[in-house]
Design a protein around this ligand. Structure first.
Ligand code: NAP
Length: 295
């Protein structure tokens, strides 16, 4: 069985981006810029933002972190986004989620100029993805990372039956639409399952490529997987683990031990899909920069 190594692919990709960014800096004297807006003091969000900023620095991407207090009004947040939309040094804007409950996340999402929406959550980008205009949209980072993993592991997708379990707006729906596209590393026949699906195992056992984004540790067991299937585990649930130094660990949606005996390729958790998400965010930021500068 092939262990799909997201850490290695993400490192390779970041090194490629770094080399490109250094070349742009030398040739046109400009670098990509990412603005990260965080509202409130959610500790997990602060860690995510710090990690993104650190990776930007490693790659030579200009990163602006805008920290707003938890009581920030929706109007003030939208004003901040509007200013970033106009800043020519900023090519990507990310509003860290979750937002405080008094702010409508969708209002924040649609306030971002779609040409700077490197998270790929804006309806215009999702619409372009659905219509197959991959060259002019931003694909959201986790689905885009899954495609990159499949491509770089030369996993055949065209004509294969891809079953997606989960239909969230950030993973299930975009990844299902992505795998459906008439595109090299996609071109699948796609089935989407969710909590109302009857006889889920019937569908998962018919998958050549099984993508799981449910948020329930160990949910997919070996009896639910066809022999030789490629299994992509998006799940990343924090669970208590007294044996871990930190007291917790992250668990995937796939029962790795049993499924690894059946699958032909499988993403581990951690170290599979997770590391790809931030790498694809930076890839999208560089893509935005290249579009603006016609590179
Ligand atoms: P979500 O919004 O909670 O969606 C979960 C989906 O699973 C829903 O569509 C739900 O169906 C479906 N579901 C729940 N129980 C089910 C069942 N018994 N049978 C079939 N489907 C079922 O979750 P999400 O945001 O997509 O995230 C899913 C997991 O991926 C989480 O562990 C999250 O942490 C992880 N994640 C990881 C990354 C990464 O970078 N690695 C990125 C994003 C998310 P209904 O629609 O019917 O409720």
């Amino acid at each position: 069985m092939i262990v799909i190594d997201g850490r290695k692919v993400a490192e390779d990709l970041k090194n490629e981006l770094k080399t490109g960014i250094e070349q742009y800096r030398r040739s046109i004297g400009k670098v990509p810029g990412l603005s990260i807006i965080i509202v409130g003091e959610d500790p997990a969000s602060q860690v995510y933002v710090r990690n993104k900023a650190k990776t930007c620095k490693e790659l030579g991407i200009f990163c602006r972190i805008i920290e707003l207090p938890p009581e920030t009004s929706q109007e003030a947040l939208l004003g901040t986004i509007a200013a970033e939309n106009l800043d020519p040094d900023i090519h990507g804007i990310l509003v860290q989620q979750p937002l405080p409950p008094h702010i409508d996340e969708f209002a924040a999402t649609i306030a971002i100029n779609p040409s700077k929406d490197v998270d790929g959550f804006h309806p215009e980008n999702l619409g372009r993805l659905v219509m197959g205009h991959l060259d002019s949209c931003f694909v959201s980072c986790t689905p885009f990372g899954i495609l990159e993993l499949l491509e770089r592991h030369r996993i055949r997708t065209s004509g294969m039956h891809c079953v997606v379990v989960g239909r969230s707006n950030i993973v299930g729906k975009p990844v299902a639409n992505l795998m459906l596209q008439k595109h090299g590393a996609a071109n699948c026949t796609v089935t989407v399952c969710h909590s109302a699906t009857e006889d889920l195992t019937f569908f998962t056992r018919h998958a050549d490529i099984l993508i799981v984004a449910v948020g329930k540790p160990g949910f997919i067991t070996a009896d639910m997987v066809k022999k030789g299937a490629v299994v992509i585990d998006v799940g990343n649930t924090r669970i208590e683990d007294p044996s871990a130094k930190s007291g917790y660990r992250f668990a995937g949606d796939v029962d790795y031990g049993s499924v690894s005996a059946v699958a032909s390729a499988l993403t581990p958790v951690p170290g599979g899909v997770g590391p790809m998400t931030i790498a694809m965010l930076l890839k999208n930021t560089v893509l935005s920069f290249k579009r603006v500068n016609r590179l």
